[in-house]
Design a protein. Sequence first.
Length: 69
Amino acid sequence: MSYSYNKLWKLLIDKGMLKKDLMAKTKITSSTIAKMGRGESVSMDVLGRICAEMDCNIGDIVDYVKDEQ
């Protein structure tokens, strides 16, 4: 099971923000950003803080990617 955070990365570009800006504003660690970059799961708390900062919903920043078997 994996996730795609491509929507978040695009939203950051649209708002002229860098990942380090997001980290500073939401107090997310670099290891959490790295997990997101690899498509791994992160806590709902992290996603909630991102949504609050970006003024969006969870579906606006992450997609579930079904594993092909």
